[in-house]
Write a protein that binds this ligand. Structure first.
Ligand SMILES: [Ca+2]
Length: 133
């Protein structure tokens, strides 16, 4: 009797999981911007050359500070949007020629995007994940 109840409960759970799966499949297509941000793998912070997760993508490989002008290919002066799927706050800076000027922070789980006319667009030279310079 107990085994039968367990089977019945398990069957009900399976039916719920299948129903949930079907509802996801039948949902309308996600907006293009969400699809673009979704390229970012879980547990990473991702940086995009276009607004709203479009264009080229750079991933921070681990916590720490990264001078984007020293990457191959360089990614400095290119960032227009960010999706922070990692476990640390992100801090972003512009090199003025004499000091690292803070531009913006991106909290865990947040997205950040600026358009062409924004002074923070295409100026970021360094990213610090989970620390400051
Ligand atoms: Ca810059």
């Amino acid at each position: 009797m107990i085994a039968a109840l367990r089977n019945r409960t398990g069957g009900a759970l399976l039916a719920l999981v299948l129903a949930a799966g079907l509802s996801v499949i039948s949902a309308p297509p996600a907006p293009a911007a969400a699809a673009a941000y979704e390229r970012c793998p879980d547990r990473y912070s991702c940086y995009f050359s276009g607004a709203d997760g479009t264009g080229d993508m750079w991933l921070a490989p681990n916590p720490g500070c990264f001078d984007l002008g020293h990457w191959n290919p360089p990614f400095n002066d290119r960032i227009s949007s960010v999706f922070n799927r990692g476990g640390h706050e992100v801090h972003m800076y512009d090199w003025t020629g004499s000091y690292w000027k803070w531009v913006a922070d991106v909290q865990i789980g947040e997205q950040w995007s600026v358009g062409g006319g924004d002074p923070r667009n295409d100026v970021i030279d360094a990213v610090c994940v989970g620390r400051t310079p």
